[in-house]
Design a protein around this ligand. Structure first.
Ligand code: ADP
Length: 172
C-alpha cells in the first residue's frame, strides 16, 4: 500500500485512433474526480492505426484545449516509465462491456507488478457510449456512413479527408 498523497493529476492513456464521444465522456467523468486530467496519446508502434501519431496528438490536443482542466501529451514507450518519470500514480481507464474487463484486468495487474504504487481507476461511460469504439467508427466511415453524432467535429472532418486520400490512392 502507498502513502496518501495529494492527487493533482490523473493520466488517461490510450491510442485514440480516433478519439470518440465515448472517450470524451470518460475524460469529463475523470475531471469530476480529479483536478486535472492528462490525456496521454500512445504512439503504439505495434498497432496499425488509421491516423499517425502526430495526427492523433493534434486531434486530441485540439479537443482537450476546449475543456477546462484537461491537457494532452503524446508518449512513446512504457506507460509506467512515463508515470515514474513524472511522479504520477493515478491512471484512468474506461470500462464498457464485459469484453473490456479481461484485457483491462491483465493490463492493471501487469502494470502493478512493474510499478506497485500505481492505482487504476475504472470509469463507466454513459450507456449511450457503451457500444462505441474507435474501430466501429473507422468501419462505419470507411463504408460511407455518417459518424457525426459519435465523434467531435474535428474527427468527422479529418476522417473524411483521410478516407478521400485513401480512395484517391486506391483508384490511381
Ligand atoms: P487502448 O488501445 O489503450 O485500449 P483506446 O483509445 O482504444 O486505447 O481506449 C482508451 C481507453 O478508453 C480504454 O480504457 C478503453 O476501454 C476506453 N474506451 C474506449 N472507447 C470507450 C467508450 N465508448 N466508452 C468508454 N470508454 C471507452
Amino acid at each position: 500500500m502507498h502513502t496518501k498523497a495529494k492527487i493533482s493529476v490523473c493520466i488517461y492513456p490510450g491510442t485514440f485512433d480516433p478519439i470518440t464521444n465515448g472517450h470524451i465522456d470518460i475524460i469529463k467523468r475523470a475531471r469530476y474526480l480529479f483536478p486535472k486530467v492528462r490525456v496521454l496519446v500512445a504512439r503504439d508502434a505495434n498497432k496499425n492505426t488509421l491516423f499517425s501519431f502526430t495526427e492523433r496528438v493534434h486531434i486530441v490536443k485540439t479537443v482537450s484545449s476546449r475543456m477546462d482542466g484537461v491537457e494532452c501529451e503524446g508518449f512513446d514507450g512504457l506507460l509506467i516509465d512515463y508515470l515514474k518519470k513524472n511522479h504520477i500514480n493515478i491512471v484512468v481507464r474506461g470500462l464498457r462491456a464485459v469484453s473490456d474487463f479481461d484485457y483491462e484486468f491483465q493490463l492493471t495487474l501487469m502494470n502493478r507488478k512493474l510499478y506497485p504504487s500505481v492505482e487504476f481507476v475504472f470509469v463507466m461511460p454513459g450507456e449511450e457510449y457503451f457500444f462505441l469504439s474507435s474501430s466501429l467508427i473507422k468501419e462505419i466511415a470507411s463504408l460511407g456512413g455518417d459518424v457525426g453524432e459519435f465523434v467531435p467535429k474535428i474527427v468527422e472532418e479529418e476522417i473524411k479527408k483521410k478516407l478521400q486520400t485513401h480512395e484517391t490512392r486506391y483508384k490511381s
